[in-house]
Every structure is written in structure tokens, then in C-alpha cells.
Design a protein around this ligand. Structure first.
Ligand SMILES: O=P(O)(O)OC[C@H]1O[C@H](O[C@H]2O[C@H](CO)[C@@H](O)[C@H](O)[C@H]2O)[C@H](O)[C@@H](O)[C@@H]1O
Length: 447
């Protein structure tokens, strides 16, 4: 039997990006410390219903066949994403058992699977640069684009109600405003991107929502006119307008121009614990070449982009060991990074909601919130945006991914292109409504 493209595509997307569990329930592995401890202790295996599907071979456009089952093999020599969907979005109750040796590889598949699923390989990297692999990859992406069309091509739809509503722009930082690079300290945004964001912020309320610490991301962006939410939304500085009925929590502050601001840090009591876990993680993981621990104030990143894959299991075990001593912290993951954060009901989605409220938009049908993000933790924001009447969630990705985002852009350069298009519309589209030629499709990109 030959599978149809959509069957192959659906199955591959699940394989490579965490499967249904991720798309439906949150797109975020929210594994608690307990989850890690338990999975180490008991060899926990939450397998997706889909983990055994698609063992047939699709025919490629070249007429030869690629074995889908072989693409999904878990051979140690190839990055395995076979059990990416085994990750669970819910915290798992802590086990009482202590895991024995972290060299017992069979006992923590779940975390390893999550690590492997973070920067999913292209098909051609799994199967060589064969024309068939490239063709199949292109076909899978094309199929995915039908479900998550390009925001550039959907621009008219996005700004359809913009003459009556307030656009608010939310931007993730790494992978959205700056390209993903090996060294997190060198994730600079280009001067062109900075100029574009500055222009956008002069017309629309604009916020950067990042996993980084707020001071760090402010330093990278260097635009004081923006609002910032660092530590995955746990460190917010926003406007203090507030809409009726919404009590702006947090401390009142003022910016240099005397505008009222509000600072909100829902995890402030975790600060000492975060410093403690950071120290423990630095000490414990220092034996792993390439591992890097980054203190993001209310959360901590353990980077493994520069760790050889052979050492991932050891790193996972070491992080798991540390986490057992911090039962009130949780483990999530992003792009080649494990993230330790307080186990509180707060995420980027809540931060977006908070900022919309503090901007005065309690009724979200008065606003067109646009959210751009590339990572797992942005999924919470996508879902929040999807609850609004006119908002658009936009995933930045050049590969197919299971996501709640409605639209997509390939990379930061397309984000910049979209923002420029928005500014062009703002400048010329608005004027066109007062007599000049109008019509979304006539808005062209500023070169
Ligand atoms: O929410 P974000 O602004 O996207 O922050 C998420 C994490 O971004 C950074 O790590 C990622 O980008 C690095 C630089 O390109 C890259 O080396 C790393 O592999 C990526 O995971 C940041 O360093 C983390 O602390 C953030 O949590």
C-alpha cells in the first residue's frame, strides 16, 4: 500500500514535532521535576497513539520509494525523534524511588526524546542529500503550509479590520527577531531589524516576550519605547492604562517620559530558589563539554546546542538529579535547551493577556493582537491569541511543526518583511482610505 502525501505528512509532522499531544494540548512539554525523577526511576513511557502508524513506504515524485518506517528509526546514529510524542504536557506526580545510576539509559527515554525533538532534523539530513529526500521534505512542508499559510501572503486578511481596531504587536526574541546561533550571548538582532521594530513601535504598542531575563533582552533589543516581558513572561514591564474592571497588579513605575508603567513579577518569591538551582546546575553540568547554564532571572536555561549527542543522556540525568532537590520547579524545553522554571500557572500566553489588559483592552474584540514566535513556549501565547476575535498567531519556522499558530513565516527575515509591510500599509494604506487607491493586495513590500 502506498500512503498519500497527507498521511505521510501528518505522520511525519507528528514524528518530528511532538505529535498530537503537543498540538492539541499545549505545544509545551511541561515536565515537572517529578516528571524527570519519575521517568528516570521507572522507565516511564507515555507513547503516542500514533507512535506505530505509517510503516508503509510512500512513493516519491521520482518514482522510487523511501521507507517511512526507516525515516522514523531510532538508530543511535541518526537523531531519533521516534518518541517525541511521548512527552507529556502534564506534570507527573513525583516518584519516591531514587533512580540508581544515570548511566541506565533505558530509564529516561522521555526526556531524551524531548531533547531530540527540539531541533528536528530535516529528512535529507536523516537520509542523505538524495533528491527523493529533498522532494519529500518539500512536499511535507508545502502540505503543512496549507494549514499554516504564509502571513505575508495572508497580509490582506490580517489587516482586514485594522482601520477600525488597534493593532498590538508581540514579538518573541530568539529565532524571531534574531537568528538562532550557537552562542546565546551572540544572538544579536540586525540594525535593519531594530530600525523596523522601532518604526513599528512608533505606530503600534509593541512588546517583546522572551525567555531571556528582561535586562538581557532589553540589552539586545535596545529600544526603550517597547514593553518587555522577560523570563517567559514572569517579568513584565508594561503600560499602566488599564481597562475598566481590570486591576493592574504589580508595582507602579514611570518611564523617562513620565508615562505610567506597571511592573509585574508573578514568581518573585522564587528568586532565591532560581539562584540556588542555577548554582547547582552550573556545578553539576560542568563535566559536560559544551553545556551552558544561563540564568534568566526567574528561570534557567540549560543549553545543549554545543553538546555532542552522545552526552545528551548524561546531561539529562544530571539535570534530573538536580531537579529532584527542587520539587517546586518544573522542566520545559525549547530549541536545544532545557528550561527550569517555577511551577506556577503563568506563561507567555498569560503575559500577553496581562499586557493587553494593561494597555486598556479588556475586551479583546477591540484589538488585533499579532504574535510572532518560533518556539514551544510561544505556543501558550498562540493559544491565547487564538481566543481573540481578530488576532493572528504566527509561527516562525521553515519546517513543518505541530503548532497552534494560524499563520507562518519562514525566518526572522520574513518577520522583518511582514513588519515592513505593516508599516507600509500604515503609511499608505491609511492615506488611501481618505481618497487614494485602496485595497490590501496593492500594498507592496518596502524594499
Ligand atoms: O523566548 P525566546 O526569546 O525565544 O528565548 C528562548 C531561549 O532563547 C535563547 O536560546 C535559544 O537561542 C540561542 C541563540 O540563538 C540558541 O543558542 C539556543 O540554542 C536557543 O535555545 C536563550 O539563550 C534562552 O535562554 C531562552 O530561553
Amino acid at each position: 500500500m502506498v500512503l498519500t502525501l497527507s498521511e505521510v505528512s501528518g505522520s511525519l509532522q507528528d514524528r518530528f514535532h511532538g505529535g498530537d499531544t503537543e498540538g492539541r494540548e499545549g505545544g509545551l512539554l511541561r515536565a515537572s521535576a517529578n516528571f524527570v525523577a519519575e521517568s528516570f526511576a521507572g522507565g516511564m513511557a507515555f507513547r503516542s497513539k500514533r507512535s506505530a502508524v505509517c510503516s508503509e513506504s510512500p512513493t516519491t515524485s521520482h518514482g522510487s520509494t523511501l521507507s517511512v518506517s526507516s525515516m522514523m528509526s531510532t538508530s543511535p546514529s541518526k537523531p531519533s525523534v521516534m518518541n517525541a510524542s511521548s512527552v507529556c504536557s502534564k506534570p507527573i506526580p513525583i516518584g519516591t524511588k531514587k533512580h540508581g545510576s544515570h548511566t541506565d539509559k533505558g530509564q529516561f527515554h522521555t526526556l531524551i526524546d524531548a531533547m531530540r525533538a527540539q531541533s528536528p532534523p530535516h529528512l535529507h539530513s536523516l537520509h542523505g542529500d538524495t533528491p527523493e529526500a529533498f522532494d519529500l521534505e518539500a512536499a511535507v512542508y508545502k502540505n503543512w503550509l496549507e494549514k499554516h499559510p504564509s502571513a505575508l501572503k495572508s497580509f490582506d486578511r490580517v489587516i482586514r479590520h485594522a482601520h477600525k481596531k488597534q493593532i498590538v504587536v508581540f514579538l518573541d526574541y530568539d529565532g524571531t527577531l534574531s537568528p538562532i546561533v550557537e552562542d546565546p550571548e551572540r544572538a544579536f538582532m540586525s540594525p535593519e531589524m531594530r530600525a523596523t521594530v522601532k518604526e513599528v513601535a512608533s505606530s503600534f504598542p509593541t512588546a517583546v516576550i522572551s525567555g531571556r531575563s528582561r535586562p538581557k533582552v532589553e540589552q539586545f533589543v535596545q529600544l526603550p519605547e517597547l514593553y518587555y516581558a522577560g523570563s517567559h513572561g514572569m517579568d513584565i514591564v508594561g503600560p499602566a492604562k488599564s481597562s475598566d474592571g481590570f486591576r493592574v497588579k504589580g508595582t507602579k513605575a514611570r518611564d523617562k517620559k513620565g508615562n505610567d508603567l506597571v511592573e509585574f513579577q508573578p514568581a518573585s518569591e522564587y528568586l532565591p530558589l532560581i539562584n540556588k538551582v542555577t548554582a547547582a546546575l552550573i556545578e553539576t553540568t560542568k563535566i559536560i563539554k559544551g553545556a551552558k547554564v544561563e540564568n534568566n532571572k526567574f528561570c534557567v536555561s540549560v543549553h545543549f546546542r554545543r553538546v555532542r549527542e552522545e552526552s545528551w543522556e548524561e546531561l539529562a540525568a544530571l539535570v534530573g538529579d538536580v531537579m529532584k532537590d527542587f520539587p517546586t520547579l518544573s522542566l520545559t524545553h525549547g530549541r536545544k535547551v532545557l528550561e527550569v522554571r517555577p511551577s506556577i500557572e503563568w506563561d507567555k500566553g498569560k503575559a500577553v493577556d496581562f499586557l493587553l489588559n494593561s494597555l486598556g483592552f479588556k475586551d479583546t474584540s477591540d484589538v488585533i493582537p499579532l504574535y510572532f514566535g518560533d518556539d514551544k513556549t510561544d505556543e501558550d501565547a498562540f493559544k491565547m491569541i487564538n481566543t481573540t476575535k481578530y488576532g493572528y498567531s504566527i509561527l516562525v519556522s521553515s519546517v513543518s511543526k505541530s503548532t497552534a499558530a494560524k499563520l507562518s513565516l519562514q525566518d526572522p527575515s520574513e518577520v522583518m518583511e511582514f513588519l515592513r509591510k505593516l508599516m507600509h500599509w500604515k503609511k499608505w494604506g491609511s492615506e488611501s482610505r481618505s481618497g487614494m487607491q485602496t485595497g490590501g493586495s496593492k500594498y507592496t513590500m518596502i524594499p
